[in-house]
Design a protein around this ligand. Structure first.
Ligand SMILES: [Zn+2]
Length: 149
């Protein structure tokens, strides 16, 4: 199971599926495996006919994904060690969903690279992104897809 968490937006991603929070209640939910301190919930998410709760140790800051069934019976837990940014993730998915040929019709490879880099939060060549942005209206007129990166 591949678990990622966005600390900013409290979105959990399990095997590439985004789980937006049902609520952000802070409750005591267990004891840290590493240091025996309290683990407090950060967010609750619906998951596979049950719930998964993101919890954080109050002492060592370790994060856990704790799984429950619909009756709130504990099903297991996994450490959360990977993080992501839901906005970047959505921007990349958005770009990936556009037919590559359509992108190539309007944008140069350097401009496309700059758009992807900007979407992933990586360094990009500003000049190329500015050039690409000037073409967003053209792209919309041609294909009816509004890019906003
Ligand atoms: Zn701890």
């Amino acid at each position: 199971m591949n678990i990622k968490y966005d600390m900013e937006s409290n979105v959990m991603q399990i095997d590439d599926i985004d789980l937006y929070p049902e609520n952000l209640d802070h409750n005591f939910i267990g004891i840290c495996n590493s240091c025996n301190s309290d683990v407090i919930s950060l967010s609750y998410h619906a998951h596979d006919n049950g719930m998964v709760v993101a919890g954080k140790c109050t002492a060592c800051d370790l994060l856990y994904a704790i799984f429950y069934d619909t009756e709130w019976n504990w099903q297991g837990e996994e450490p959360i060690e990977q993080f992501f940014d839901i906005n970047s993730s959505n921007n990349i998915k958005f770009l990936d969903n556009i037919d590559r040929k359509k992108l190539e019709t309007v944008f140069t490879p350097a401009e496309t690279t700059a758009m992807y880099a900007k979407a992933s939060g990586e360094n990009y060549v500003r000049q190329y992104l500015y050039r690409a942005r000037k073409k967003y209206d053209d792209f919309y007129e041609l294909f009816g897809i509004q890019i906003n990166i």
